[in-house]
Design a protein. Structure first.
Length: 197
C-alpha cells in the first residue's frame, strides 16, 4: 500500500506540469494566481517537492479541477452521484456538476407551496438555460410574463431582471444550466431533412 501511495505522489508533478502546459499558463502566472512561489511550483512539477494539501488546494482552485484529478485518486466503488440539495426561497436545487466554476447544471424542484414572497425580479451576472421537465413554470423576464410547460425551454441573460415561479397546480421540475460569467450553451441541430441543408 505504501508503494502505491509513493507512486501516486511521484506522478503528481508531471501531471501538474502537463495540466499547466495544456492551459498555456506560465509558472509566473500560476504563482500570481495561487500565491505559491515560482520556485515551489517548479519543484512540485519536477518532483523535488512533495505535494501537500496546502499546495494542492490552491492549484485545484486555479485549474478549476477536483483535487482527485490532481492526484489521480482511485475511483471509488460507487459511481453514483449523490448531490447535496441546496434550498433557496423554498426551491430545491440538486447540483449535477462537480467541477467548480464554469457552466453549472442543476435539477430544480419548485414545490406547490414554495414561498413566492414579493415578485421582485433579480439581476446578476451570468446566462441561464431552463428546460421544464414537469409541471408549469412562470418566467418573469423584464416586461415579459411567460408560462413554460413541460418540454419548453427558455434561455436568457441574467442581467435582464427575472424571476421564476411555480404556476401550479402541482410541483414543477426543471433542468437549469447556468454560466456565471455569461457562458452560453452551443446547441447544434440537424435539419429535418437533407434538402433543408
Amino acid at each position: 500500500m505504501a508503494n502505491d501511495d509513493s507512486a501516486a505522489l511521484a506522478a503528481v508533478g508531471p501531471r501538474l506540469r502537463a495540466l499547466r502546459h495544456r492551459r498555456g499558463t506560465t509558472l509566473t502566472q500560476l504563482a500570481e494566481l495561487t500565491g505559491i512561489s515560482v520556485s515551489t511550483l517548479s519543484r512540485l512539477e519536477s518532483g523535488s517537492r512533495k505535494p501537500t494539501l496546502e499546495l494542492l488546494l490552491p492549484l485545484a482552485r486555479a485549474y478549476q479541477v477536483a483535487l482527485d484529478e490532481l492526484v489521480d485518486a482511485p475511483a471509488t466503488g460507487d459511481p453514483r452521484v449523490r448531490p447535496k440539495p441546496i434550498v433557496r426561497h423554498g426551491i430545491t436545487f440538486l447540483p449535477l456538476t462537480r467541477r467548480p466554476g464554469g457552466l453549472q447544471a442543476f435539477k430544480a424542484i419548485f414545490p406547490t407551496d414554495a414561498p413566492t414572497g414579493d415578485r421582485t425580479q433579480q439581476t446578476h451576472e451570468g446566462y441561464e438555460w431552463l428546460y421544464v421537465l414537469s409541471g408549469r413554470l412562470r418566467l418573469l423576464l423584464g416586461d415579459r410574463d411567460l408560462t413554460l410547460d413541460p418540454g419548453e425551454v427558455a434561455e436568457f441573460d441574467t442581467r435582464v431582471p427575472h424571476r421564476i415561479l411555480n404556476s401550479g397546480p402541482g410541483a414543477a421540475e426543471a433542468l437549469v444550466l447556468f454560466g456565471p460569467q455569461g457562458e452560453r450553451l452551443h446547441v447544434r441541430a440537424r435539419p429535418a431533412n437533407a434538402e433543408q441543408r
